[in-house]
Ligand binder design. Sequence first.
Ligand SMILES: [Zn+2]
Length: 300
Amino acid sequence: MNRKPVTAALMSLFLLSLPLAMSYAQGKTSLPVKYEELTAPELVEAVELSDGICLIPLGILEKHGPHLPLGTDLLDVRERALRAAKMEYSVIFPEFYFGQIYEAKHQPGTIAYSPDLVWEVLEETCDELARNGFKKIVLVNGHGGNNSFLPYFCQAQLAEDKDYAVVLFSPGYDSTTAQKVEALRKTTTGGHAGETETSMILAHRPDLAHVERGADQSGENLERLEHLRHGYTAIWWYAQFPNHYAGDGSEANREIGELLLNGQATQLAELIRILKKDKTIMKLQREFFDKSENPLKTRQ
Ligand SMILES: [Zn+2]
């Protein structure tokens, strides 16, 4: 390695400042990242250190083919959140299993709470986090069945005045990871409990990934509603995948799982970093709610 010589004084200054700088900049702190592991005095410090950012990883209890655990989505999304919070300090809310999952009610193990309860438990969780100082709440979704619910939940945050912001983590296309994953993949179909999702569980919980059972049921798309062009209806998923399995998990590969977990964790850490510096969201929300009190005074 080519390193320019530095003076002893400079070096000691550098070494002294390094642990502190690292502890705050890179999340290397003794404070736990898991909400339930913080003491009450530590929570006060955690709000400060995270700049009021709390992540809520959302999963669900549903069948994942014949070979993966019911809680797969939560296990995976919490792993991604943990990796991100280690890169950039933030607090992670405990296991959250409330979401939209009516399409899997015919399969063993599904816990499908009513729509009102799903909404209220998320809203009240956000309210309670905000009351405890977390004014920037990041929803980190691990479950495809929430893909319509969560953006609507975010839109509904403008329905009434709030002193906090809810942000939905929306990972972008990561071409480097995607190319590496493509090169390793053996199947072309996939999705729910298929090659990529099975690979993630294999990467961080190999004890729960029963890859050898992945071919016990079919994850083929039956295309039973293909004639319904230009129409969306709730039974579409069941029409395609009645086994609640899409793709083939028997071809899973640990390396794919690592790439996917780290790719998303990196993007999430980036979002946390951006939110720590951001003052615009709250400023605009305040301005908007104030104007909404009296829209006739809004300049035309
Ligand atoms: Zn899943």
